[in-house]
Design a protein around this ligand. Structure first.
Ligand SMILES: [Zn+2]
Length: 207
């Protein structure tokens, strides 16, 4: 008799708990956190923002140009970035593009952070360890070609992603719709998304 009573109690406990959990799941909106680097880009991006192509293959030129335009005009918010264009004067550039086919397999691109004078300021996770002035962006052209061929959307997305790091945006592991999602193969973004645009104005200012 005691055993039956205990069983009944357990059943009713489940009945109380389970529907409550289900309701909670259904009612819960899909909130997630947008992640930023702890430190900031000190370039005067309101007055000048250029990129300098060191030695990436010319097939990347239009992707770099399109990515720069997309960050300037996201279609969602007005951000404080000066329209980014290519410069041929290296010291004018806060982001320099290199090819690096020696990056580890699985890595399409890397962004490194530097202060004035050329000291790299980067912690073990890849995040900047203090405020930075400029970045070097390395593209693993061979690896990209192997996986994506001439896919222009993925090419543009890779550059958009690395530029996002320059601005101070960190990886967004919880959100595949973000261009800052960790993995180029699983992101659903095809251009700077609304949440990335919001992330940019949150980091750099704007409306
Ligand atoms: Zn990244």
């Amino acid at each position: 008799m005691k055993r039956k009573l205990l069983f009944a109690c357990l059943i009713s406990l489940f009945c109380i708990i389970i529907p409550k959990n289900v309701n909670a799941l259904e009612a819960q909106p899909r909130y997630f956190t947008y992640y930023f680097y702890e430190y900031d880009w000190t370039w005067n991006y309101r007055q000048a923002a250029y990129y300098y192509i060191v030695d990436t293959s010319s097939i990347w030129n239009s992707a770099i140009s399109q990515a720069a335009q997309n960050w300037f005009h996201t279609g969602y918010h007005t951000n404080p970035l000066y329209p980014m264009t290519r410069t041929y004067i290296r010291t004018d550039s806060p982001m320099d593009f290199y090819k690096d086919n020696n990056l580890s397999d699985g890595t399409n691109g890397v962004t490194n952070f530097f202060i004035k004078g050329g000291t790299q300021v980067q912690g073990p996770t890849g995040a900047p360890s203090r405020n930075w002035l400029y970045c070097k962006i390395y593209i693993h052209e061979d690896y990209f070609q192997e996986y994506y061929g001439d896919n222009p959307t993925k090419r543009k997305l890779l550059i958009i992603h690395e530029m996002g790091h320059v601005f101070g945006l960190a990886h967004q592991p919880d959100n595949p719709a973000s261009v800052m999602h960790n993995w180029l193969n699983t992101t659903t973004a095809t251009a700077v998304s609304e949440i990335d645009s919001l992330g940019l104005v949150t980091k750099l200012g704007g409306v």
